[in-house]
Write a protein that binds this ligand. Sequence first.
Ligand code: PMP
Ligand code: GLU
Length: 421
Amino acid sequence: MTSIGISRRVSVLKPSVTVSMMNRAKQMQASGIDVTSFAAGEPDFDTPESIKQAAIDALRAGQTKYMPTLGDMTTRQVIADKLGRENGIPGIAAENIAISSGGKHSLYVLCHCLLDAPLPNEQPWEVVLPVPAWVSYAPIAELAGGRIVEVPTTCESGFKASAAQIRAAITPRSRMLILNSPSNPCGTMYSESELREIAAVVADAARSIAPNLVIISDEIYEKIVFGPIPHFSIGSVPEVAERTITLNGLSKAYAMTGWRIGYTGCPGEWGKQFTNAMATLQGQMSTNITSFVYPAIRTALKECHADAKRMCDAFASRAAVVTKRLNAIPGLTTPTPTGAFYAFPDVSSYFGRVSPAGKRIASALDLCESLLAEAHVALVPGEDFGGCGGNHVRISFACSETQIERGLDRFGQFLASLRPA
Ligand code: PMP
Ligand code: GLU
């Protein structure tokens, strides 16, 4: 039977380490093991009641049939209004909005509408990606035929690529530049001036060597901001607005990970053409998202600012606890998180040591495996985030302060128990 085989495309596809660590921790918990999990990139809060009620009402009213592929115009208009009002994106209309089944699905669809497998004698399209970056960007872009051009960043720079680095990475084959602020896994953010500098580089490159270059600005953590840097949307900068696809969704801001709602917005005439291309692909892929969810999207975006703020305040106070606790553990270097719900400490000073069970810790992956097996704490190893990520582990603090205290106690004790080889 094994000779039947699986497609080459999927055989080489890397599974998502964030999803697999999250599932492993959940399985261990279900089997009765007291695991403290910092693996899941999902808020621990329940979806606000008014959002649930909107979906329940729509379900009861019979909104249970197929709907337009990218969403009904009323909901797309609500998203366009939000992107104009809150993010300053100029001239964006309902026709420039595509609603998909989660931000991950939006990313998948948009990559397939921008990238192609290269023809014989053609160089692949390039995707400029500052790393460490969320584990799904590279596999999804590569699946669509793109070649990743990593822009390495450092802990000292808050894991941010400079405009000069971006300029140096752009070539005539550059098709996408992916930015993610606030960042998963780093918890850091680009300032408005940094993004304006990057926008100027892209606008300049687009006029000269890279006319096909598009910015993908993943702003899924925009509502979870608690440091001194306000969120800024690069799509609001006029000179790049019509070549910026803003990617967002409701998973993180409104605690709606299981609902699977993502969207993109790209203004202007090309933005409309691009959105129509997304409709063609999605129409052959998944059609519309669950129909009775559309009113819930409108409720969330129009009425739930206080709920988003309440959850953000909780993340802010957890971030303070996590930062204080991590800074007190010897040998760790952690840039202070200012957004999202991740801390990304450098743990490499512990590499080369041996765990109490006799396992040699040579990497972040080894550390996470031994930590889970021996101390029952789940973190995500940093290797698959790329770049210097291999020296780091990701701690998602989307859990209660009690769990944070308990889990970081165990983490600190485990690190202290590591012995020289
Ligand atoms: N972008 C980033 C940076 C993320 O961390 C996630 C988390 N899954 C997503 C996009 C997609 O989220 P979802 O598919 O739940 O909308
Ligand atoms: N984005 C979350 C994370 O990074 C959820 C899992 C995933 O989709 O990657 O953990």
